[in-house]
Design a protein. Structure first.
Length: 119
């Protein structure tokens, strides 16, 4: 399921929630003040924004996660590959390794992963 894109500040906010959920909105305000030096109003604005995007919900002032970290990070990675490498996994891999050698063990792991993803 594709969700609305997370911007950098939203992603950092979600990381805080993923690490601490379920969490009361009051505790989240304290964490955001400590981590980002945000005012209470900024945290509540972000709670609303992330609720509207479908990543979290507030249930009786308890913030619950609706999209888990792995799902969101997979979407962020796909978006990065699409934007940066025109969707080409090969081009991403080539850029990442930049001509460096990889071990036989890593090559075998990569081959197994690719074989498991084939249609």
């Amino acid at each position: 399921m594709v969700h609305e894109k997370l911007f950098e500040g939203e992603y950092r906010f979600m990381q805080l929630i993923w690490d601490n959920a379920p969490i009361s909105s009051g505790e989240l305000v304290k964490l955001c003040d400590s981590a980002f030096e945000w005012k209470k109003s900024t945290t509540y604005t972000m709670i609303k924004k992330m609720s509207d995007k479908g990543y979290i919900r507030s249930n009786n002032a308890i913030i619950e996660v609706l999209v888990d970290r792995n799902e969101a990070e997979t979407e962020v990675t796909r978006d990065f590959v699409d934007r940066t490498f025109n969707g080409s996994i090969f081009d991403m891999f080539a850029a990442f390794y930049g001509g460096n050698k990889i071990s036989d063990k890593d090559a075998e792991k990569i081959k197994k992963m690719i074989d498991s993803m084939k249609e």
